[in-house]
Design a protein around this ligand. Structure first.
Ligand code: 5RP
Length: 230
C-alpha cells in the first residue's frame, strides 16, 4: 500500500469531523458509542474528545482505540456491561454501493464485527480511495485460531483465494491473520462471508455483508458525501 497523501489525510479529517456532528445528533446521556479502529477512527476519536462532556461512555473495537479514548479521559466500557450501542463509527478498507465492507487491515476485524452486531446503527467513515464497485482487490483478512492456520489456508485455496500469513501479528484475541489475495470480484458477498465463517478454525472474516454499514460518510475532493445503501 502506498503512503497516504496529504489530501487523503485531509479527507479523513473531514469525514471524522462530519461523523462527530452526526454522533452528537444521535446520542443522549444514556447512549453508548461504539468506536472503531484505524487512522480514520483515530481522527474521529480525537475530534470526539472535544465534546467529551456529552459522552456517557464508549465500547472500543481494539485495545489501541480503548487506550486512545482513555488518554482523552473518555470512559470505555466492557461490552458485556452494555445492553445496546446507539451508534458504531468505524473505517473500512473497501466499501461497495451496498455498503458491504472489507475490514481488518488493522487486524481488529473480530471485535469490530462484534461491536457492529450490537450497534443499532453503523456509520462507516472513509476517504474516497476506499470506494469500489466490487470488493476483493484489498486482500481479505481472516482471523484464525493459531493451530488451525494451515488447515484454514488450504480451505481458503479451495474457495479460490491465495492466503498469506500476516507475519508477526497477534490479534487482541491471541489469534493470527491470513490475508486472502486474488478474490476479486467477490460475488455474492454474503455467500463468501458465510462459507469462510464455516471453515473450522476461522474466528471471523473481514467481510461485512451479513451486517453491512447503515450509512457511509465518504471524504472526496469535493467534500463529504453521505451515502445510503444502493
Ligand atoms: C481495522 C480496520 C480499519 O477500519 C481499516 O483498516 C481502515 O483503516 P484506516 O482508517 O486506517 O484506513 O478495519 O481493523
Amino acid at each position: 500500500m502506498s503512503a497516504p497523501s496529504n489530501s487523503q489525510d485531509a479527507m479523513k479529517q473531514a469525514v471524522a469531523a462530519a461523523a462527530v456532528e452526526f454522533t452528537l445528533q444521535r446520542i443522549d446521556d444514556k447512549s453508548t458509542i461504539g468506536i472503531g479502529t484505524g487512522s480514520t477512527a483515530n481522527a474521529y476519536i480525537d475530534l470526539l474528545a472535544e465534546h467529551k462532556a456529552k459522552i456517557t461512555g464508549t465500547v472500543a473495537s481494539s485495545e489501541s482505540s480503548a487506550e486512545r479514548l482513555r488518554s482523552h479521559g473518555i470512559p470505555v466500557y466492557d461490552l458485556n456491561s452494555v445492553d445496546e450501542i446507539t451508534l458504531y463509527v468505524d473505517g473500512a478498507d473497501e466499501v461497495n454501493p451496498h455498503l458491504e465492507l472489507i475490514k481488518g487491515g488493522g487486524g481488529a476485524l473480530t471485535r469490530e464485527k462484534i461491536v457492529a452486531a450490537v450497534a443499532r446503527e453503523f456509520l462507516c467513515i472513509a476517504d474516497q480511495s476506499k470506494w469500489v464497485e466490487h470488493l476483493g482487490t484489498f486482500p481479505l483478512p481472516v482471523e484464525v485460531i493459531p493451530m488451525a492456520r494451515s488447515h484454514v489456508a488450504r480451505e481458503l485455496v479451495k474457495l479460490g483465494g491465495d492466503p498469506v500469513y500476516r507475519q508477526g501479528v497477534v490479534t487482541d484475541n491471541g489469534n493470527v491473520i491470513l490475508d486472502v489475495h486474488h478474490l476479486f470480484p467477490i460475488s455474492p458477498v454474503r455467500k463468501l462471508e458465510e462459507q469462510i465463517n464455516n471453515i473450522t478454525g476461522v474466528v471471523c472474516n473481514g467481510l461485512f455483508a451479513l451486517r453491512p454499514a447503515d450509512a457511509l460518510m465518504l471524504g472526496t475532493s469535493t467534500g463529504v458525501k453521505t451515502i445510503y445503501p444502493g
